[in-house]
Design a protein around this ligand. Structure first.
Ligand SMILES: Cc1cc2nc3c(=O)[nH]c(=O)nc-3n(C[C@H](O)[C@H](O)[C@H](O)COP(=O)(O)OP(=O)(O)OC[C@H]3O[C@@H](n4cnc5c(N)ncnc54)[C@H](O)[C@@H]3O)c2cc1C
Length: 503
């Protein structure tokens, strides 16, 4: 009890003693920061800090360093699923309060190629402002854009453009970072490179990103969004790998895909494929050789308003020519580039209206090398998950050469590897435990079979697991931690390092 009281007193001191331009909230308003998109974990912080910028964040970290056990968690948009942006009894920094900072187009060498944005900005706002103000857009995205710049850069940020431009962490030139020592630092490939590359994919362990300089390109006006169905996994992977290996200008601008159940289940089966409610999916076209699951390749072709429809048709037909999808099972719509990038926002709006957005999300995201993906298909897709998971199962190839080995994200070994994402939505209750157990079963199976894979958006409980995850990158990761956050104040929700008392 004495220790408990001492803690309360210390805690009260800390929140009263930080002199900020922004605000500190305690009590009921901290509840929002105790949850995340996963609805699996909850941790109540002592206080929710709404900083005005990097100086406030530095003050908070320095104050926290004076109080034993106190940790600091940057919270982007809280869209982690395993409590990664939480702290038990520590200080949560709400990065959204800084979202308006820094927004500035930069003209380097005479061309406006970069935008400076806050680490707390949402990608959807970066998109709409860049396109409407300048006709420009970042090159690499995530599927859903209600995520912060700092949140996705702390992981990687992947979507259907990553095969060409690399993940989002391959598309930033410079960062402002407040380290775990409370130092405000500018870093890039040439200035403080160890911090720059450490922070990219660094799970928030080395510093808090307050500004990112993001590469831009001219935004197209329109997108033709196409889905084609495959019955055989080998055909699907052959075509997907072919498309991502073509030169710029000789392939689609976006390549993704998913697995779905070979039945009429509205969420997991055939009805999940068409892009328009008026499109019908004719199951009679599925070859009789098809198994328990089918595969859908999702591609997009970008064009300008001035392009003739016949030119677009010819270009798209040329790109589809020779692909081995099931004839007749092709679906397409034309929509604006911004609508295309905001496509998951429409899904969110619908799910919110149906009350199924705020529900547990026991997700599992993996990077699996080309050499292991066939085994994964045979056992996991075709058997374990054949009836679906109550949400999309993404699978699409990425190229390792588009990633920078100096960043912190752990990847499998081969040049071609697949993102596999089990994006489950599960009603509260016993089904949640069942889904988590199935995720663990899949992970255990991957380890037992010796698959070349890594977790993406990783979640582990012990340091041993983290060491295994990083493999030969562990030493570098731990050395970076010792340099930039030696007391392990930052991002405690990742469960990698334990807060120490000495300075
Ligand atoms: C619906 C949905 C769709 C998604 N789609 C994709 C996708 O297509 N591709 C993809 O790659 N990912 C995707 N994700 C995963 C997403 O990229 C990560 O969960 C990301 O961390 C969420 O961003 P956030 O701003 O909510 O971060 P948070 O969950 O708030 O934070 C994540 C971690 O980063 C740290 N952090 C937050 N901000 C900063 C900062 N400024 N500086 C340093 N550390 C910070 C936090 O402390 C925490 O450890 C998706 C997630 C959801 C919920």
């Amino acid at each position: 009890m004495v220790a408990y009281l001492e803690r309360i007193l210390l805690d009260t001191d800390i929140t009263n003693s930080i002199d900020l331009k922004g605000s500190i909230e305690t009590g009921g308003s901290t509840v929002a920061a105790s949850k995340d998109f996963g609805y699996l974990y909850s941790a109540l912080p002592l206080a929710l800090i709404k900083p005005s910028g990097a100086e406030d964040i530095a003050r908070v970290i320095k104050a926290a360093s004076q109080v034993p056990h106190t940790t600091v968690a940057a919270r982007g948009n809280g869209h982690s699923v395993n409590g990664q942006a939480m702290t038990v009894g520590g200080l949560v920094i709400d990065m959204r309060s800084t979202e308006e900072n820094h927004f500035q187009l930069l003209s380097i060498d005479g061309s406006p190629d970069y935008i400076d944005v806050s680490g707390g900005a949402l990608w959807e706002d970066v998109l709409t402002r860049c396109v409407s103000d300048f006709g420009l857009a970042p090159r690499s995205w995530t599927d859903y854009l209600g995520l912060t710049v700092g949140g996705t850069l702390s992981n990687a940020g992947v979507s259907g453009q990553a095969f060409r431009y690399g993940p989002q962490i391959s598309n930033v030139m410079e960062l402002d970072v407040v380290t775990g020592k409370g130092d405000i630092t500018v870093c890039s490939e040439t200035q403080n490179p160890e911090l720059f590359f450490g922070v990219l994919g660094g799970l928030g362990q080395f510093g808090i990103i307050t500004r990112a300089r993001v590469k831009l390109q001219t935004a197209p006006d329109m997108v033709r969004w196409i889905r084609i169905v495959y019955s055989e996994f080998e055909d699907y992977t052959r075509d997907a790998e072919f498309l991502v290996s073509q030169k710029d200008g000789e392939s689609f601008d976006y390549v993704e895909g998913f697995v779905f159940s070979n039945n009429d289940d509205p969420v997991n089966g055939w009805p999940s494929v068409p892009l328009d409610p008026n499109h019908g999916f004719n199951p009679a076209l599925i070859p009789s050789t098809a198994g328990s699951v089918l595969y859908c390749l999702e591609v997009a072709f970008q064009y300008r308003n001035g392009d003739q429809p016949s030119t677009v048709d010819t270009a798209v037909s040329g790109l589809l020519k020779g692909l081995g999808f099931v004839e007749g099972l092709k679906f397409q719509v034309d929509l604006s580039y911004v609508e295309f990038l905001l496509r998951v926002k429409r899904v969110e709006e619908e799910a919110r209206a149906n009350g199924i957005w705020e529900t547990p999300h026991p997700w599992l995201n993996l990077f699996i090398s080309k050499s292991s993906i066939g085994d994964f298909d045979r056992t996991v897709f075709k058997e374990m998950l054949k009836d679906g998971i109550g949400g999309p199962i993404l699978i699409y190839p990425l190229l390792r050469s588009k990633w920078d080995n100096r960043t912190s994200t752990a990847l499998p070994d081969s040049e071609i590897f697949y993102l596999v994402a089990l994006l489950r939505s599960v009603p509260e209750g016993p089904l949640v435990e069942k889904a988590v157990a199935q995720n663990n079963e899949i992970l255990e199976w991957c380890i037992k079979e010796g698959l070349d894979f890594k977790q993406y958006l990783p979640h582990y409980r012990t340091k041993e697991d983290w060491k295994r995850h990083f493999g030969n990158q562990w030493t570098r990761f731990a050395e970076r931690k010792a340099s930039f956050d030696p007391m392990a104040i930052l991002a405690p929700g990742q469960n990698i390092f334990t807060r120490t008392h000495h300075s």
